[in-house]
Write a protein that binds this ligand. Structure first.
Ligand SMILES: *[C@@H]1O[C@H](CO)[C@@H](O)[C@H](O)[C@H]1NC(C)=O
Length: 145
């Protein structure tokens, strides 16, 4: 059995639950961290990326690395920010209420500032990477799991 089955199930459950509005209240920082960790452990084995290179995203290190770009796309699909190679930010905004309250405004502002950033960019991994670069710049509390 692949070891990322369990976390993936958890993330899927969270996403499906929030989709049908079972989860009405905001997630705690701990729950977000847990979900984020599960997402990383789901996507990381699919690409040649190290924890060091992933952690560089948090501090604005965006090397030209195709595995890293596609890892970012994988994560953004799980976060519902990407869908079938295009930005899904507008649709994802209905989940902002799940964020802790003090994070909602900076995230919402960042998403609004970046939702068209990847217009005209070709390829789902390039689109995802362009969006994450913009979000890292425009959101002062940007965090990356
Ligand atoms: C994985 O990435 C590292 C660092 O970028 C590289 O040196 C190595 O050749 C890659 N391995 C494979 C199997 O692509």
């Amino acid at each position: 059995m692949k070891k990322y089955f369990h976390p993936f199930t958890t993330v899927t459950f969270l996403i499906i639950s929030s989709n049908v509005a079972v989860i009405e209240s905001a997630m705690t920082i701990q729950q977000l961290e847990y979900a984020g960790k599960a997402m990383r452990e789901t996507c990381k084995p699919q690409f040649n990326v190290s924890d060091e290179i992933i952690d560089g995203l948090k501090i604005g290190q965006f090397p030209e690395n195709d595995d890293l770009k596609c890892f970012v796309n994988c994560m953004m699909e799980l976060m519902l920010l990407m869908r079938d190679g295009v930005s899904n930010i507008d649709a994802a905004s209905k989940f902002f209420h799940l964020l802790p309250e003090d994070l909602r405004e900076p995230y919402s502002n960042g998403m609004n500032a970046c939702k068209n950033a990847a217009d005209g960019v070709q390829g789902k991994c390039e689109v995802a990477y362009t969006l994450i670069k913009c979000l890292q710049k425009k959101n002062p509390v940007f965090a990356w799991p």
